[in-house]
Write a new protein. Structure first.
Length: 48
């Protein structure tokens, strides 16, 4: 088991490229966390 990160990357320059790269990292982190947590729910729901 692993907790999701409590701190996400911050915007550094505010340029369009920075915003795009930072939001892409946020989305990737969300999906990595969701996969772990959804897998845990699946296992727990399958347990009698």
């Amino acid at each position: 088991m692993q907790r999701c990160p409590s701190v996400l990357p911050l915007l550094t320059t505010g340029t369009g490229e920075d915003v795009t790269l930072t939001m892409r990292e946020w989305a990737a982190e969300y999906h990595r966390c969701a996969i772990r947590h959804n897998g845990l729910v699946d296992v727990l729901e399958g347990t009698p």
